[in-house]
Design a protein around this ligand. Structure first.
Ligand code: BMA
Length: 366
């Protein structure tokens, strides 16, 4: 039932994207990506994505990137297949850094994006920019004036426009034919980033998202971006929508939800996570029906995966009935032994990840 309702809404997206008068217009790279994501949802398939997959993994990283064939991947080492979606983060581009906040050269990022697309895969960009008012990082929440300071009339306005320019320049350098799922200003209903819930008003947040969209789309002509709104979950639907930038500015509705064990047992944490995910995805389906948008599970995972059957017993049962086009798990750090969200070769829970990759409706790259 959930799937059918959502698909009525999604069908409209496909119609909007395909038809204009009697003549069939040329499909843009963005249209093709929308249709691909739509067809996953329609067919009950879910593409799998992994953050930073081609850059490094558990205890390894690409060093000589210009000559590296980019064939290494923790996901591939365990499953034999690359993830369908490569997640990358732009944090650092705003100041013109040569590497992002996790030490990835932007040259490597561009090369990996092109390689991923050449292999038939998809790409998503998040962005953890520094704090433009304090000079701190994305997590610097010492001031609630930051968003205000970069909107028109604010003291950091021109500097922020330079930041947007640098990010747009990088995206432009990848090329107009590469569609990218872009999800700036994510997890905006928690208060851990300077654009978070208690750090700006709803009006300021919406203006920030729209200004970013307007600059990239109208001023820079970056029409290859598919815009994702991805608040942290679980949250009530009305809270989710309280900072929604608007249908004209968003193509895909996402949410970021992680499983935390904390003081509970792994079993209790799994049950809690499943109910949170189901509740949030149920809300997203209802919203997508009303707003005719695709939906995705933009970030998830369980740090260090202490639940050895997490993929098939916890994640999959939580998502399988929902028409999400993709699910992305976070990065496998090369320099922090316990900071990983996908299995790696030698990890004791690897067999379960392989079993997940072999499920009929979970999409990896062949
Ligand atoms: C966080 C952690 C950090 C990382 C950041 C941006 O969730 O993984 O170590 O710097 O994402 O990738």
């Amino acid at each position: 039932m959930i799937r059918k309702n959502a698909l009525l809404g999604l069908a409209l997206i496909a119609l909007c994207a395909c038809s204009s008068g009697n003549k069939k217009p040329m499909e843009t790279p963005k249209d093709l990506l929308v249709h691909r994501l739509f067809s996953y949802a329609e067919n009950g398939q879910i593409a799998y994505g992994h953050q930073d997959d081609l850059f490094y993994g558990h205890a390894w990283k690409v060093t000589d990137w210009e000559n590296d064939p980019l064939e290494r991947s923790d996901v591939r080492a365990v499953t034999g297949k690359f993830p369908a979606i490569l997640g990358c983060d732009l944090g650092g581009i705003e100041l013109g850094d040569s590497c992002n906040l996790d030490g990835i050269p932007f040259g490597l990022m561009r090369k990996a994006v092109l390689k991923q697309v050449e292999r038939g895969g998809m790409v998503t960009f998040s962005w953890h920019p520094r704090n433009p008012l304090t000079g701190g990082d994305a997590w610097d929440i010492s001031s609630d004036q930051v968003v205000k300071s970069i909107l028109p009339g604010g003291e950091k306005r021109s500097e922020f426009m330079r930041w947007l320019k640098r990010a747009a320049d990088f995206i432009e350098s990848i090329g107009p034919d590469v569609p990218i799922i872009f999800r700036p200003w994510h997890e905006n209903l928690g208060s851990w980033f300077w654009w978070g819930g208690r750090l700006c008003t709803a009006r300021e947040y919406i203006d920030l998202y729209r200004e970013t969209w307007l600059y990239f789309t109208k001023e820079r002509g970056l029409t290859n971006l598919l815009w994702c709104y991805s608040p942290n979950g679980p949250i009530a639907p009305e809270v989710y929508m309280s900072r929604y930038p608007g249908d004209d500015f968003v193509d895909i509705l996402g949410t970021d939800i992680y499983e935390y064990v904390g003081d509970s047992s792994v079993e209790e944490a799994g049950v809690r996570y499943q109910s949170q995910v189901k509740e949030m995805l149920t809300a997203l389906v209802a919203i997508s029906y009303e707003h005719h948008k695709l939906i995705c599970f933009s970030e998830t995972g369980m740090e260090g995966i202490p639940d050895l059957t997490w993929w098939t017993n916890t994640l999959y049962p939580a998502i399988r009935e929902f028409p999400i086009s993709y699910v992305l798990t976070w990065r496998n750090a090369h320099d922090q032994a316990g900071h990983f969200y996908a299995a790696w070769e030698g990890f004791e829970g690897a067999a379960d990840f392989k079993a997940f990759s072999e499920l009929d409706n979970i999409i990896f790259l062949p």
